[in-house]
Design a protein around this ligand. Sequence first.
Ligand code: ZN
Length: 486
Amino acid sequence: MGRFAAFRFTVDPSPSQVVVLARHAGASRFAFNQCLALVKEALDAKRRGGSVVVPWSGFDLINAFNTWKCSAQAGRRFVVDAAGSVEIVATGLSWRAQVCQQVCEEAAVDLGRALTAWADSRQGKRPGRRVGFPTFKRKTRTRPSFRIRCKTTKAGRASIRVGDPTAGPRSVCLPKIGILRVREDTRRLRRMIRTRRAHIRYATVSCRASRWTITVTVEAADLHPARQHPPRPDTDSGGWVGVDRGLAALVVAADTTGRQVLRVDDAPRPLRAALPRLRRLSRQVSRKQRGSRNRSEAVARLARAHHRVANVRRYFLHKVANRLVKTHDRLALENLHTAGLLRNRRLAAAISDAGWADLARIIGYKQRWRGGQATMAPRWYPSTRMCSACRTIGPALPLSVRIFRCDQCGHTADRDVNAAVNLAVWAEQHHAQTRDPEARGPVTNASRGDGSGQRPRAGETSPDDGGTPPPRTPATAGTPEKGGVS
Ligand SMILES: [Zn+2]
């Protein structure tokens, strides 16, 4: 156990369920904001010299919120008796019984994490971009979302159930909300739960582009040994495959001998393909009157188009990553300075469309699941300029030059293959450093870096989504991570 995987399903809610889901999402946002207000109040009081305890951890915040929600500040009633004396009765938060209480708790936990991230970032304990102090979540800007923890009764009945016998296989049962029908088959997840290879930890319900989805996060057993790479002895430094990410070809992989093992030329560029439509839709938005119903409908259309772009891109990245991690146990990538490259406005759109940073992150965790290794060459390693035959470092190549020619030895190779070979060679030379004595097993740091500020998240999709069909969607639909398809 210890491998987190997520299964995402599209919810098919009834009109009354949409209200319930929106209410829970609102409660989650409210609890986050209220907790943040409590923190800020306490900080202010402390600054004025009071001896106040500032609720900081998720645990403290839950307690602070629970105390607050029953207090007169959250809701009160003035009772006047016949004699005219006024009494204030604390009623607490009036709607608190209408939502699942864990939604508020999880929101408090989220705020606790945000505060820790801010503090760590300030003290330099956290890599990546600087993290700001948490801000209030605005109703109009926040994506509606809430999370519920799975609790198990003493009788062994879980509060989150997938495919409950009373509700049918295509359903997820949540506490206080009830049965949510989902569009996809849940068979694979149900089988994993039945055979005790997966335990449900959380369910996150969120609304993106006017579509509700539920993501069931499970703690799953390790992949079957047959699907993992055989372990290599520590002394074995071979078998590295360099992966060069580029624009002309999304991925070119080659081993140290110069053999090209994978080339992905036909990557979809969903953003470029969708741009005319996106331009038209955003024009429509800007022509509608602010605050009007027509405008919100136009905004929804635009959001769906953007969502589809993201879906197409992510689906393809998973496919490429699966092809790499299934066939090679040792992958070497380059730590690209994506944020810096994005400043080039001629390339920015194309680079964003390629999704390099996400590809590295996906390769990182998929490789970890399979017991393989993924490592990153440092940002300034001259993989493109170096000759893969004689190791001479030449001048920088403009992007238009697709063939690498060495001035020293006359070696010629495809530009991307040359870079990939250099990455593989680097990994072989620095093999000793890619092993971390503290990590249990091979170290994988492919998900670090890349300047995007994105943190590696455990378990992004089902363990193996290579065989799933592409998102069969008109512009409105979009569920590429077909969680349950087997
Ligand atoms: Zn050379």
